[in-house]
Every structure is written in structure tokens, then in C-alpha cells.
Write a protein that binds this ligand. Structure first.
Ligand code: HEC
Length: 199
């Protein structure tokens, strides 16, 4: 009876649908391994997705940063004059660089959002030294009050000074709650992008 041992009766699952029965055949090896493969892949893909590197947002950020850096490389020399500072203060991309310079050098005295701390609040419309937009890069470069406001001319590149000055110009009017208006600060006219001769 060795024959029956090697060719057993096909096993049935016992399912019966209107008389139609089902063999209990093993799934083919290639199918099983494909299945195992997808499980392993999904495990690693899931872990990778948690890190955020796969997200569309991450891809966008990366692309946008590369774009901005390329722009920074192509800037040429930025003039510390009113038209340039005014224009840059509205340039969303380049102001990301201005913000970075501000975060790295100015927040210790002027606060994370420019709301003021040891230095004055830069988000209102009243200023101690600034009278026109082109004063900002000059003040940043040379400092004021015997170094209470340090001079950045030797520490930042001239383009960084223009960019951070433009960023500071853009803070005006945000009126962040923080340090109250300085007693010796006065209200000055709205920024003008016109040439220094007129404003
Ligand atoms: C060590 C503290 C300190 C740091 C750091 C600092 N500032 Fe100041 N800043 C001051 C002080 C204090 C004043 C006010 C000086 C005065 O009272 O005359 C001031 C004034 C200013 C003004 C003039 C404000 C006005 O009302 O006219 C500007 C603009 C300014 N800072 C920008 C910056 C920028 C941009 C940076 C970073 C590159 C920076 N500051 C870093 C302390 C600082």
C-alpha cells in the first residue's frame, strides 16, 4: 500500500458552497516569498516614513533650501541702500536667510521674534536711532551706544548685514508683546523704497 502513501488523496478544506468544494493546496513558494518580501519591505518603509525623509513636505523643504542657497550664491553685492533693503524685506525666500542671521546673532538681546530684551523691541513703529530704512544696515554695521548695540561690520559679511537689516525692516508693525517702547524712541514715517536723497 506504499502507492497511497506517496499520492495521498487531495485534502479538502471542508468548505462547501452549493456543492462546490475547495482543495487545501499549499500556496506556491514564489507567492509566499513575495508576501514575506512585502512584509519586510513595509516594515522598513514604515520606519523610514517615521523619520520624515519620505514626506512631500521634506522634499519641498529640501528643494526650497537648495533654491534659496543657489539664489544666495547669485546675489552679487547687495547695496545697503533704501531700494535694496525695502525690496529684500518683501522677498520671502531671501528673508529666510535674514531670519537665520537674526536668530544666530540678535535674539540674545532683541528676542526670538524681535520683541526686545536687553535691546529694544524691533516690532513697533518707534525707533531710537532709525529714521529711514537705510539707517538699519548702517546701525547694524557700526553699532550704537558705545557698543551696547554691537557693531557687526567685522563679524558679518556685507550681504548678511543687508539681509538681516531687511529682515529687521520687515519686523516693523508686527507689534509683538515684549519690551515696551523706549522713552527716547519716536514714531517715524512708513518705510520708503525711494532713493536716500528723498527719504
Ligand atoms: C548685546 C546686545 C545686542 C545684540 C546682540 C544686538 N543688539 Fe541691536 N541693540 C541693542 C541695544 C541695547 C540697542 C539700543 C541702543 C540704544 O539704546 O541706543 C540696539 C539697537 C538696535 C537697533 C536700532 C533700534 C532703534 O530703535 O533705532 C537696530 C536696528 C538693531 N539693534 C538691530 C540689531 C541686529 C540686526 C542685531 C543682530 C545682528 C542686533 N541688533 C544685535 C543690543 C543688541
Amino acid at each position: 500500500m506504499s502507492d497511497t502513501e506517496f499520492t495521498p488523496e487531495p485534502q479538502l478544506t471542508g468548505h462547501n458552497y452549493d456543492g462546490i468544494e475547495e482543495f487545501d493546496n499549499p500556496t506556491p513558494g514564489w507567492w509566499t516569498w513575495l508576501f514575506v518580501g512585502t512584509c519586510v519591505f513595509s516594515f522598513f518603509y514604515f520606519i523610514l516614513s517615521l523619520t520624515g525623509v519620505l514626506s512631500a513636505e521634506a522634499a519641498y523643504e529640501k528643494e526650497s533650501l537648495a533654491q534659496t542657497q543657489a539664489q544666495f550664491g547669485q546675489l552679487g553685492k547687495l547695496e545697503p541702500d533704501a531700494p535694496t533693503v525695502f525690496r529684500l524685506s518683501h522677498d520671502e525666500n531671501l528673508m529666510k536667510i535674514g531670519a537665520t542671521v537674526f536668530q544666530a546673532n540678535c535674539v540674545s538681546c532683541h528676542g526670538r521674534s524681535g520683541e526686545g530684551f536687553a535691546g529694544p523691541n524691533l516690532t513697533d513703529s518707534k525707533y531710537i536711532h532709525v529714521r529711514k530704512i537705510s539707517d538699519i544696515p548702517e546701525i547694524v554695521k557700526n553699532g550704537r551706544a558705545n557698543g551696547a548695540m554691537p557693531a557687526w561690520g567685522n563679524r558679518l559679511t556685507s550681504n548678511e548685514i543687508v539681509l538681516v537689516a531687511s529682515y529687521v525692516a520687515g519686523l516693523r508693525g508686527q507689534n509683538k508683546p515684549g519690551k515696551p517702547v523706549e522713552p527716547n524712541a519716536i514714531e517715524i514715517p512708513q518705510w520708503s523704497g525711494g532713493s536716500d536723497a528723498t527719504k
